[in-house]
Design a protein around this ligand. Structure first.
Ligand code: VGL
Ligand code: ZN
Length: 180
């Protein structure tokens, strides 16, 4: 059984948002197409309180209840079966979807007998990487779909390191046509 995790495809991480991944909205049609291949689809959202210590490190983004925290309007949310909210407490960075506070992601995956986890979304260096590393650590065969992710800082050392860290951890970097 394979599951699709869509990480933080929210307005604030897309062009025009508070902490945009340049061209981040390009992942939306790719993810929409991929959804048909999966029986289980989960999506995380960054959902920060406005006074979070997370904003000592980052511009204010994805504050709970704001437009910036909404899913990108192009994302086909009708197919999302479980929503995972993270970074919800005032000292909670919540980079990984496995740190969601409203639901236990590991338990959902284990209860559904998921063996293979496919990760997509925003942003490569932070929440995609953290989610993928937690997935592999929890024993799932883990894939990151490279044309369905985007970095905050394209071509940076951070982005390159994130990709090589994931590879070295045994995460498979694949393109979306791998699933056809
Ligand atoms: C993210 C920085 C801060 C992400 C979230 O979704 O990758 N990055 N908060
Ligand atoms: Zn955040």
């Amino acid at each position: 059984m394979k599951a699709l995790i869509i990480v933080d495809v929210q307005n604030d991480f897309c062009p025009g948002g508070a902490l945009p991944a340049p061209g981040g909205d390009r992942v939306v049609p790719v993810i929409n197409r991929l959804m048909d291949q999966f029986g289980l689809i989960l999506a995380s959202r960054d959902s920060h309180p406005s006074d979070s210590t997370h904003f000592d490190k980052w511009p204010v983004h994805c504050v709970k209840g704001t437009k910036g925290a909404d899913f990108h309007h192009g994302l086909d949310i009708s197919k999302i079966q479980q929503e995972l909210l993270k970074g919800t407490a005032d000292k909670d960075d919540g980079y990984s979807a496995f740190e969601a506070t409203n639901k236990k992601l590991v338990e959902i995956l284990k209860n559904r007998h998921v063996t293979d986890v496919y990760i997509t979304g925003l942003t490569t260096e932070y929440c995609v990487k953290s989610t993928a590393m937690d997935s592999v650590r929890n024993g799932f065969k883990t894939y990151v779909v490279t044309d369905a992710i985007a970095p905050v800082e394209p071509d940076s050392e951070n982005e390159k390191n994130a990709l090589s860290e994931m590879k070295n951890a045994g995460i498979r970097l694949v393109t979306s046509d791998h699933l056809k």
